[in-house]
Ligand binder design. Structure first.
Ligand SMILES: Cc1ncc(COP(=O)(O)O)c(C=O)c1O
Length: 420
């Protein structure tokens, strides 16, 4: 109608999922636990040597795993380029975060050499927590080898990487413990949810025991997420987006109105805490597992669709000297949750693209090693700092049209090369 672009992102939710979730919220959970067992068995079928335990959120899985794996006061080496609650879960579990910078370039993942340096220089390291950021499996082999020699467990934060594989092995099943998120913004979603995978039966049993003491995820929490999902899905429906939403966000970006940007940010007000929040102490319900089952049929095709679009971005942007692009992986080891690029002048680039009727998102991820709330654990992490200042997400969700990808590429090329 008004020629708005396709929106920067779309959720992977379905109307059936909303209907199921709302029905449960309105008429009460019928939690017999059977569907949770089925969900855990489905995950175990993907990774036969592993035990799977459903958790209310990935961050809770990180907390529970760490709580059982480390002693209070032990150090946990982790990437600073993550959400603040991951760091908070380390603190809640009694750990001391030690940040190892990310790699230079477009991977956004922890630098294995830095991890090894820290393993050599720090005493009493209880665990290494690696993250497969934006769905790219990190350089995990040298980290596993270095940790094995020292008897230190490696935990994979695969919250953003469910479905990525390394030589056919799923992310989350490459080390001692893997954590998935089924949160609202993920490619497989139950609005809230996650899972821990581990080969260690004792650890799985201990986590189960903790969970058994907690109530089901409150209906109110689920309802809040369902409404957030409905709001986002409605706002990004083609007609609504074209008729109003795009133009509001465009105005906000071009006129530097922070209100809209803050609305989209997670972690807009980062804080640290070392007491596990009571609101996180819940269990995933059967209905949430049931919401996930139909999505298991789609995620592989969705991943292939994103990878195909990543290739188009790669081919269109690889020769530009001004930006850093992610590595091109066609083998499934990167599922491209977003196509993240780094531009030194990202605000100017985003503005230029917006003027040309594009819709892209400035990243909200931070360098936790440099945040005032974690100043006690400060480390100089220049690559994470650079990423926090420079990343823009280019859309590539499954229904995002190739013509839109081409228009984004054209706008970026015009910005750097001055051509049309
Ligand atoms: C890298 C990473 N780790 C952990 C989490 C936490 O996931 P959840 O919201 O399921 O706790 C997220 C959520 O976005 C994430 O991006």
């Amino acid at each position: 109608m008004f020629n708005a672009p396709q929106p920067r992102s779309r959720l992977y939710t379905t109307w059936q999922a909303y209907a199921k979730g709302l029905q449960a919220v309105m008429f009460g959970y019928k939690h017999d636990g059977v569907s949770i067992v089925k969900l855990e068995q489905t995950l175990e079928s993907i990774a036969p040597e592993y035990h799977a335990v459903a958790v209310p959120m990935a961050r809770v899985g990180i907390y529970l795993a760490l709580k059982h794996l480390i002693r209070p006061g032990q150090k946990v080496i982790l990437s600073p380029y993550t959400i603040t609650d991951v760091v908070n879960m380390v603190l809640c579990a009694g750990g001391v975060p030690v940040f190892a910078d990310i790699e230079e370039g477009g991977s956004y993942n922890i630098n294995a050499n830095k991890v090894e340096e820290l393993l050599n220089s720090e005493n009493d390291v209880g665990a290494v927590l690696v993250t497969h950021f934006y769905g790219l499996i990190c350089n995990i082999e040298p980290i596993i080898n270095a940790c094995k020699q020292r008897g230190i467990p490696v935990i994979e934060d695969a919250a953003q990487a469910f479905g990525a594989t390394l030589d056919g092995k799923p992310a989350g099943t490459l080390a001692d413990v893997g954590i998935y998120s089924f949160g609202l913004l993920k490619t497989v979603t139950s609005f809230l949810g996650g899972a821990v995978l581990t080969k260690d039966r004792e650890l799985a049993d201990s986590i189960r025991k903790d969970l058994q003491q907690w109530p089901l995820t409150p209906r109110k929490s689920l309802l809040k997420k369902i409404f957030a999902g409905i709001t986002l899905d409605t706002a990004t429906m083609p007609f609504v987006f074209d008729a109003a939403v795009y133009w509001m966000f465009r105005y906000a970006l071009l006129h530097d109105r922070k209100f809209f940007k803050n609305k989209l940010d997670t972690d807009s007000n980062p804080v640290s805490f070392a007491t596990f929040p009571a609101k996180y102490a819940t269990r995933m319900s059967s209905v949430q597992a049931e919401i996930i089952f139909p999505q298991f049929a789609n995620y592989e095709a969705d991943t292939k669709a994103r990878i195909a679009k990543a290739k188009i971005y790669n081919d269109g942007l690889a020769d530009l000297p001004g930006i850093v692009i992610p590595p091109l992986r066609m083998d499934g080891s990167h599922l491209y949750l977003y196509y993240s690029i780094q531009a030194e002048d990202r605000d100017a680039l985003a503005r230029f693209m917006t003027e040309r009727l594009r819709d892209v998102q400035i990243s909200h991820h931070r360098n936790c090693a440099g945040l005032p709330c974690f100043s006690e654990f400060y480390r100089d992490c220049p690559n994470a700092e650079k990423a926090a200042q420079r990343v823009i997400y280019l859309p590539l969700y499954p229904n995002y049209k190739e013509s839109q990808v081409a228009a984004n590429i054209e706008a970026i090329r015009a910005y750097y090369l001055g051509s049309d």
